[in-house]
Design a protein around this ligand. Structure first.
Ligand code: HEM
Length: 94
C-alpha cells in the first residue's frame, strides 16, 4: 500500500513538474511538429515519393508530439507565459 501511494505521488509530481522555460518548451514541440507536418505534406503534394514505412514513422512521431503536448498542457501554459518571446494568443489564458 505504501509503495502504491509512493508510486502515485511520484507520478503526480512528475506530471506537474514545471518547465524552466515553458515558452521555449512549447515552441520546441511546435517546431518539431512543423518539421513532421512538412515531411508529410511533401508526400501529399507528390514532391516526395510515397514510402508507407516512412509515412508511418512520421505519423507516429506526430502522435507522440501531440501526446507530449497534451500530457503537459498545464505546465506548458502557466500564468505569466503569455508575455515575452511568444506568438501564443492571449485568448488561451481567458
Ligand atoms: C500540424 C499542426 C501544427 C503545426 C505544424 C504547428 C506548428 C507551429 C509552429 C511552426 C509554431 C511556431 C513556433 C515558433 O515560434 O518557433 C507554432 C506555434 C504555436 N502553436 Fe502550433 N502547430 C500545429 C498545431 C497546433 C495545435 C493543435 C495547437 C494547440 C492546441 C498549437 C498551439 C500553438 C501555440 C500555442 C503556439 C505558440 C507558441 C509560443 O510562441 O509560445 N499548434 N505552431
Amino acid at each position: 500500500m505504501r509503495k502504491l501511494i509512493l508510486a502515485i505521488s511520484t507520478l503526480a509530481f512528475a506530471g506537474s513538474a514545471a518547465f524552466a522555460d515553458p515558452i521555449q518548451e512549447r515552441q520546441a514541440l511546435m517546431k518539431e511538429r512543423g518539421k513532421i507536418a512538412g515531411q508529410l505534406s511533401k508526400v501529399v503534394k507528390g514532391e516526395a515519393a510515397y514510402d508507407a514505412a516512412a509515412v508511418l514513422v512520421a505519423l507516429k512521431a506526430l502522435h507522440a508530439n501531440a501526446e507530449k503536448f497534451h500530457a503537459n498542457v498545464e505546465t506548458l501554459f502557466p500564468a505569466g507565459s503569455e508575455t515575452g518571446d511568444t506568438t501564443a494568443a492571449p485568448k488561451i489564458w481567458e
